[in-house]
Design a binder for this molecule. Structure first.
Ligand code: NAD
Ligand code: ZN
Length: 381
């Protein structure tokens, strides 16, 4: 089969790889029909995630058709069309029992907090991902969910991560009726967070990014305000001014580690050019949320972030909430929102690319070329 193959930072290509094997009775093999490139894949692509091994296949957002099942699989049969949450979860451990499927204790033997994730380095369990023709899906009775027959596959693939993650970002923000919510990042996750903030009763939603075409998109899609931080002296002052100098009720970090390190940060009047891996958006979120406010983080960081103003967190009495999205927990609600027409996830898809062109697709998504918001890779049928 063909599969995406990581060769080192900013180098990926298509290669032939062996067809995956059933390794455990509860595995399934899924023939992938669509897989996306995610902002999280960019952290791998940029070489910012430890233990990302050459030869790995990325891809944690995919749907497909069940091709084979292990002897103990009960809930799936060959031929089922499934969407597969990005979290690999056993369904039985103490964390899965609390529906913290992103924090499963069994699917990742590493002593890190994250559970297993498809195609997300050995720090997330070392599983191969779905940017391939076929993928092995462990714990097949837990994660994979039958795609409702009336659902567009382009919507289904965005239920594996992007929509639930944006929703959870808003949920963790504890948004109350009438709140002002600021979302940092107008990528797919920030777009969904902005859209979902209204569902919790926000009165005002403001999105901050520096890419004009994404700001224009989110303004229309999520019916919110959208501003380019490059046109501001200091985003924190801008946001304070916009909120009667009180600060926002809730700030959402949908950026994560800044690979480009291109964002300018103002500290006591000095502009600093931050290094790759910096936590610029998080810094801005902490400093522009109100006293007693909530900062919700879904942006992904390496093991360490830097320049976190922890003193301000203490002095302002801020609550910080963060996690990987618990996709399986949120799926029933997300399916309902999509079927009711309240959220139209597929509208964010700008690029549909044959899997064979994966290298170019990564380059375009990483460099934000060609008005790219979300890319779907289509394997040969
Ligand atoms: P993306 O790369 O498409 O979008 C990120 C956006 O942030 C870009 O538009 C970029 O211009 C903008 N940005 C960069 N620096 C900024 C700053 N200082 N202030 C405001 N905006 C800034 O990625 P995405 O797919 O939208 O994902 C966003 C983040 O969410 C990533 O870190 C990704 O790893 C993470 N993520 C987390 C989960 C989870 O479960 N927690 C799931 C999916 C994605
Ligand atoms: Zn993702």
């Amino acid at each position: 089969m063909i599969a995406m193959n990581y060769r080192g930072p900013r180098r990926v290509r298509i290669d032939h790889k062996p067809y995956p094997k059933i390794l455990h009775p509860n595995d399934a093999i899924v023939k992938v029909t669509r897989s996306c490139i995610c902002g999280s894949d960019l952290h791998l692509y940029h070489g910012m995630v430890p233990d990302t091994r050459v030869g790995s296949t990325f891809g944690h957002e995919f749907i497909g058709i069940v091709e084979e099942i292990g002897s103990s699989v009960e809930k799936l049969k060959v031929g089922d069309h499934v969407l597969v949450p990005f979290n690999i979860a056993c369904g039985k451990c103490a964390f899965c029992k609390q529906e913290l499927y992103g924090n499963c204790h069994e699917s990742n033997s590493q002593a890190t907090a994250v559970g297993g994730i498809f195609g997300y380095s050995h720090t997330a369990g070392g599983y191969q991902g779905g940017q391939a023709e076929y993928v092995r899906v462990p714990y097949a009775d837990v994660g994979p969910t039958i795609i409702p027959p009336d659902m567009d596959p382009d919507d289904a693939v965005l239920l594996t991560d992007v929509l639930p993650t944006g929703y959870q970002a808003a949920e963790m923000g504890g948004i109350q009726k009438g709140d002002t919510v600021v979302v940092f990042g107008a990528g797919p996750v920030g777009i969904m967070a902005a859209k979902c903030a209204w569902l919790f009763g926000a009165a005002r939603v403001i999105v901050i990014d520096h890419i004009d075409y994404r700001l224009e998109f989110v303004k229309n899609y999520a019916n919110c305000e959208a501003y380019n931080f490059k046109s501001m002296d200091d985003p924190v002052v801008f946001l304070k001014k916009a909120t009667d100098w009180l600060g926002a009720d809730v700030c959402i970090d949908a950026v994560g580690a800044d690979a480009a390190g291109s964002a300018l940060q103002t500290i006591t009047g000095k502009k600093l050019l931050l290094q790759a891996g910096a936590a610029t958006a998080l810094h801005w979120a902490i400093n522009s949320v109100k006293k007693g406010g909530i900062v919700s983080i879904v942006g992904v960081y390496g093991p360490t972030g830097n320049l976190i103003p922890i003193g301000n967190v203490v002095n302002k009495g801020i609550t910080i909430r963060a996690n990987q999205a618990s996709v399986k927990r949120l799926l029933p609600k997300m399916i309902e929102h999509v079927q009711a027409g309240r959220i139209n996830p597929k509208a964010i898809i700008t690029h549909r690319v044959p899997l064979e062109e994966v290298a170019e697709a990564y380059h375009i998504f990483s460099s934000k070329l060609d008005n790219c918001i979300k890319t779907v890779l289509i394997p040969p049928s």
